[in-house]
Design a protein around this ligand. Structure first.
Ligand code: PEP
Ligand code: MN
Length: 567
């Protein structure tokens, strides 16, 4: 049996503590090992001894303000902030079964919870309100000792866990009570700046005891246009009336203006420490990657490719055929346009057996400069003629910006090949056209990079992008590439754009194309693009992967069968 190593996260409190809820909110469906500690200090200690991967510390509550000792722990231990999470805090008055609220003589809870229910507690003027180390810990103690006439302030989860009755719900003084928690590490982690994520930086600086010093420091943020979202101070414990100033600013520590602002403050004050850059928590707006927002609301600043931006699948209209959104598309044809007869014979085969579109390269991105480079404009004309003859839209590759004006005159779909996936100038120019773009994954590109390349096109106002998984380079050389089959459902969980698979370039071997295509269809591909030649043995490029008529016919039947099975 394989035991997977779960992420260990330490928190202060017992099971049912709000910190445990915050960990659940951070990790949603992911299984986490939550490890309780009596104090925040012990959490940090466990971090340093590498007994846990991360610690979770409450840092600020919307009613009572800063959790000051955790600010001190951050600074004293130079912890790195990895994430933040904000959760609503609803307090419940809990007691053993049969406890009557009017007979309560003692109420236990963590001081933070007591202060968040201060108005509610005023009516218990004869009861003793006693602080403990934890909300859930108080509930646990009452349950274990079966204390009579005693109550605890804790979460609803604590009532469930320790089998207590809820004597009164929602006793916090303000209904919008929230606590912000930080996920911290004792390692100096530097998280890369990812576009589209709103980042936040937390830092601390000291000011020299000079006139106007704090004013000058804050002016630096204004000067570098860095938005300051939080400022708070903690006393220097060793020097009375001196303070550490903690700030949160918008942006990433690698952003030029943020880096320069902190550099400047360092020159002024002599001490700046950055706790880390981390994604800003956005309450209702936050979505687990790959999950659709339940209410289908659009997130205005999400990437254009994302399901946050657009929940419905994109359907790309090409001629009368729609790609994506539940339809199936077969694009087939030779690797290169080689001549009139080759093109017409091959088009006839793919059309006869049900292809929706005809492919063929007129400008070829060949590995060797001495290999056949394509027929250029002559090839475009032949492809167009064959497409028109069999009433099929045509797909052809653009390898350079200079060829674009010519190719748009002939093609229905512009293909940007693996070797050009990160040709950003080409992506932008293709984005300015109104032609649908078939964007193939680079052989060394990650799924995220493919999506960001699509973003280049979308950002120019062209919404019609079809993604194509065509295999990536791995250590395996028995196949031409390695088809990353999991990229298909992964992409479909990250984007509304259609995703097709090219098993020809993925495998490079004609007899593998049918089984691999079946897998692609089974995992939800919106279509396939395959190379078909009327006479593979004479093909000028990619002969080993070209299907003949019999193989293509068999492929179409196999695909149909799988489609029926998964319907
Ligand atoms: C092609 O489809 O003709 C081609 C060259 O593929 P890729 O860019 O995926 O290598
Ligand atoms: Mn090819």
């Amino acid at each position: 049996m394989v035991h997977k190593r779960l992420l260990k996260i330490g928190y202060q409190g017992e099971k049912g503590a709000y910190s445990a809820e915050a960990i659940d909110a951070l990790y949603k469906e992911r299984e986490i090992e939550k490890i309780p500690f009596r104090t925040s200090y012990e959490v940090v200690d466990a971090l340093k001894k590498e007994l846990i991967d991360y610690g979770l510390l409450p840092i600020e509550n919307s009613i009572m303000g800063n959790i000051t000792h955790n600010y001190d722990l951050l600074l004293e231990n130079k912890l790195t902030i990895v994430k933040e999470v904000i959760i609503p805090i609803h307090h419940f008055l809990l007691g053993c079964k049969g406890t009557k609220i009017e007979e309560i003589t003692t109420i236990y809870s963590h001081p933070a919870a007591i202060s968040q229910c201060e108005v509610f507690l005023r009516k218990f003027d004869n009861a003793e309100i006693l602080p403990t180390y934890d909300t859930a810990g108080s509930a646990k103690m009452i349950a274990e000792k079966k204390l009579k006439n005693t109550a605890a302030i804790a979460s609803e989860a604590a009532a469930r866990i320790y089998g207590l009755s809820i004597l009164q719900e929602r006793i916090e003084d303000y209904p919008h009570n929230r606590t912000r928690f930080l996920l911290v590490s004792s390692e100096p982690l530097q998280v890369e700046n990812e576009p589209f994520i709103p980042w936040k930086v937390s830092a601390v600086f000291d000011t020299l005891d000079q006139h106007g010093m704090l004013y000058r420091c804050l002016g630096v943020f204004e000067e570098y246009e860095v938005n300051l979202s939080m400022l708070t101070s903690r006393p220097h414990k060793t020097e009375p009336w001196k303070y550490h100033f903690f700030v949160d600013v918008d942006g990433h520590a690698n952003d030029e203006n943020v880096a320069q602002a902190f550099e400047e403050i360092k020159k002024l004050t002599g001490f700046v420490h950055i706790f880390g850059s981390y994604p800003r928590f956005e309450a209702e707006e936050s979505v687990t990657p790959g999950k659709r927002r339940k209410n289908g609301k659009k997130k205005k600043d999400g990437p254009l490719y994302s399901l946050d931006h657009k929940a419905e699948p994109t359907q790309v209209l090409i001629g009368k055929h729609k790609v994506g959104g539940g339809t199936f598309t077969m694009i087939a044809g030779p690797c290169s346009v080689e001549g009139r007869q080759q093109m017409i014979e091959s088009a006839k085969i793919v059309s006869t057996h049900g292809a929706h579109m005809l492919r063929g390269g007129a400008f070829k991105p060949r590995t060797s400069p001495y290999s056949f480079q394509g027929l250029g404009e002559e090839g475009l004309k032949l492809l167009r003629e064959a497409g028109d003859m069999f009433d099929m839209p045509i797909v052809t590759e653009v390898v350079s910006v200079e060829d674009l004006p010519l190719i748009v005159q002939y093609a229905d779909v512009l293909q940007i090949g693996a070797r050009n996936m990160q040709n950003f100038v080409l992506l932008k120019e293709a984005g300015k056209t109104r032609k649908p773009i078939l964007l193939k994954r680079g052989m060394m590109a990650t799924v995220k990079e493919l999506l960001l390349s699509a973003e280049y096109i979308l950002a120019q106002g062209n919404p019609d992008v079809i993604l194509c998984e065509r295999g990536i380079r791995t250590f395996e050389t028995a196949t031409r590439n390695t088809l990353d089959i999991s990229a298909v459902p992964l992409l479909k969980s990250m984007t509304h754009l259609p995703v097709i698979v090219d098993p020809s370039h993925a495998t490079g071997i004609s007899h593998l194309i049918e089984p691999v295509s079946k897998a692609a269809v089974a995992v939800g591909a919106d279509g396939l693009m395959v190379e078909v030649h009327f006479n593979p043995s004479t093909a000028l490029s990619d002969a080993a992967q070209a299907l003949d008529e019999r193989q293509f016919k068999s492929l179409m039947k196999a695909v149909e069968k799988v489609r029926k099975l998964i319907e």
